[in-house]
Design a protein around this ligand. Structure first.
Ligand SMILES: Cc1ncc(COP(=O)(O)O)c(C=O)c1O
Length: 348
């Protein structure tokens, strides 16, 4: 199943961020206190009991990762150990069994290998998105944890998350709807955080923005994050900052960008509360970052019915974000030296 075969006849450069059915997915079941070995299967349809806690009480979590084809043909994952760690933090928070690290990484690799023909070629601008997920299944009408669980990994070739050419500049609108409570589940990648955000995204888009920007739910002052990405900001004083909040997803992309900014761009980096209305005039450049978004420069932010341009006219990519993007993507695509040992090659 893992033999290298010819690539699919897809228009790779035209792909959007959409589900595209591939040939195989990994699937394992947990019951009576242990995981079975799991297997690769063909069907993309999951059969679950109508009483499953994943359906009623959102007892589920997921991850988002990418496999990229490097210039030399290697297939690279980016820091998959951190996705495994993060999924297990969510699993523990929602009283679900952890997926052992080896099982997680093996499942991801096996699914990527099995779908070799769907991995976008180098230079296409597309990549293979990987979606590991853990769901509480089986009958369970009352509000209590499931007795059975399914761990599944599927993949889909995807293009850019935000529609634009190259490193496109996006805009954000501050949301009046909160995403996560201060001591809630905002820092876990659980579906429950996202259902409530659908309306916030819709409202932001109705106002002409790409995405909602959430402020902290306690005071509505400090930047939390965007709907599906963290925020990083280059300040006019030369510092490079990001919110420190226990209500945001600890983004692996952000963690990596902060290291690149500090170690390679020699910027003074800091995670601290960022008071949007007080500090926006001091923003030199801003960006949203994440596996799907990669690094998307934020040109404009709508705050209290008023648009604020960040860098220049709000449509131009600034030099710091361009440099960070080039370095991050360069490492992920195997074009630049993997100085921090972040890339994990999927061997065939
Ligand atoms: C709410 C949210 N914040 C941030 C991120 C970025 O995290 P990462 O860089 O690990 O992909 C994501 C998704 O990927 C997300 O859904």
């Amino acid at each position: 199943m893992d033999a290298k075969v010819n690539k699919q006849q897809l228009n790779w450069t035209e792909l959007g961020f959409q589900y595209h059915r591939t040939d195989y997915r990994f699937c394992a079941q947990y019951s009576s206190g242990s995981w079975n070995r799991g297997e690769m299967i063909a069907s993309e349809v999951i059969q679950v009991h109508e009483g499953a806690p994943a359906l009623h009480y959102a007892q589920q979590c997921f991850e988002g990762m990418k496999a990229q084809t490097a210039a030399d043909g290697r297939v690279l994952l980016f820091r998959p150990d951190l996705n495994s760690e993060r999924m297990n933090m969510a699993a523990s928070r929602l009283l679900m069994p952890e997926v052992p690290r080896k099982m997680f990484i093996d499942a991801v690799q096996e699914t990527v290998r099995a779908n070799y023909s769907w991995i976008p070629p180098y230079g296409s601008g597309a990549s293979l998105y990987i979606r590991p997920m853990l769901i509480g299944v089986g009958e369970n009408l009352g509000l209590r944890p499931a007795q059975q669980f399914e761990f599944r990994v599927f993949v889909s070739p995807v293009g850019p998350y935000y529609k634009s050419d190259g490193l496109g500049v996006i805009s954000l609108a501050v949301s009046e709807i909160d995403r996560a409570a201060p001591n809630g589940t905002g820092c876990y990648k659980v579906g429950a955080n996202y259902a409530g955000g659908l309306l916030a995204t819709r409202k932001a888009q109705d106002k002409g923005a790409h995405e909602a920007l959430y402020l902290d739910s306690a005071e509505g002052r400090y930047i939390d994050e965007a709907g599906s990405a963290n925020i990083v900001i280059a300040m006019k004083d030369g510092s490079f900052i990001t919110p420190n909040s226990n209500a945001i997803l600890p983004s692996i992309t952000r963690k990596s960008l902060m290291v690149i900014a500090r170690e390679q761009l020699h910027l003074k980096t800091e995670a601290r509360p960022i008071d949007l209305r007080l500090e926006i005039s001091q923003f030199e450049e801003a960006a949203a970052c994440g596996t799907a978004a990669v690094l998307a420069p934020v040109g404009r932010i709508l705050v209290d019915q008023q648009w604020h341009a960040i860098y220049k006219d709000g449509q131009t990519v600034g030099p710091i974000m361009q440099e960070l993007y080039d370095r991050l993507v360069g490492i992920q695509m195997g074009e630049l030296s993997d100085a921090f040992d972040w890339c994990h090659e999927v061997k065939f």
